[in-house]
Design a protein around this ligand. Sequence first.
Ligand SMILES: [Zn+2]
Length: 288
Amino acid sequence: MTYLFIEKEHQHTLKKEIIVEGISLHTGEDARIILKPAPPQTGIVLYRSDLDQTVKIPAEPFSVVSLVRNTTIGSRENENVRISTIEHLMAALWGAGVDNLEVEVSGPEIPVIDGSAYPYYQKIIDAGLEKQQAKRRFFKIEEALFAREESSYITILPYQGFKISYTLDYDHPVVGTSFFEFEESKDNFAAEISKARTFGFASEVEKLHEQGLALGGSLDNAVLIEKDKTVNPLRFENEFVRHKILDVIGDMALNGRIKGHIIAVKSGHRLHVNLARKIREKMLEEEN
Ligand SMILES: [Zn+2]
């Protein structure tokens, strides 16, 4: 019984390979990824060129192995094969409409570029998409699912389109409280969401470095927030909440394309993936 899956439109892959090089946000190492066209029904699959290249990691919620300040996926066959910070690339692939792709990664983390999804998105659009014979499958949410943790939560409700309503609420004068909404059918992902960059607080940098995180972070790839101002200028007055929506999109893209209305309050990668797993379980039930 697959009535919750809707088949419409066509699957797409890239017309040609794309190479992207640059520093990684957390390890601080230089990295190179190659996006390669893939056949229908492949989904998004990643592998490490510096390790066993036959170990492929499907970009799906149950591949996620770590959620500390980023979304890291890993192989269930070999725990050394991990790839970090895939969320902005996943959002760019979703935004550009790429269903099938093999991603070769040179090391443990992909390049952060400017801290947004836009450079990846633009390269994909420039390379062009190849329409494939197979139909694209949308998973339609038919009952509410949610995940929560203290005062943060994320829920998905039945809805005919794909919409995210996000409330950001930080006890910090620069970030404060803001609300933003993105609806796939009305809003432009490239213009409204893809350019919003990741952000961090100057007061946390030292602690992150001690944890081996954000070692590649700089004003070139993140908005740095001080006590009462941002060090680098913002691209949008509400860039922070737009970036949170970008993160939600990237994490939800682990399930391909879904139809539902997501309402998120102060959620981060852990809650996003928690919800994505609940959605995945429903998908697997429907498939069996
Ligand atoms: Zn992010």
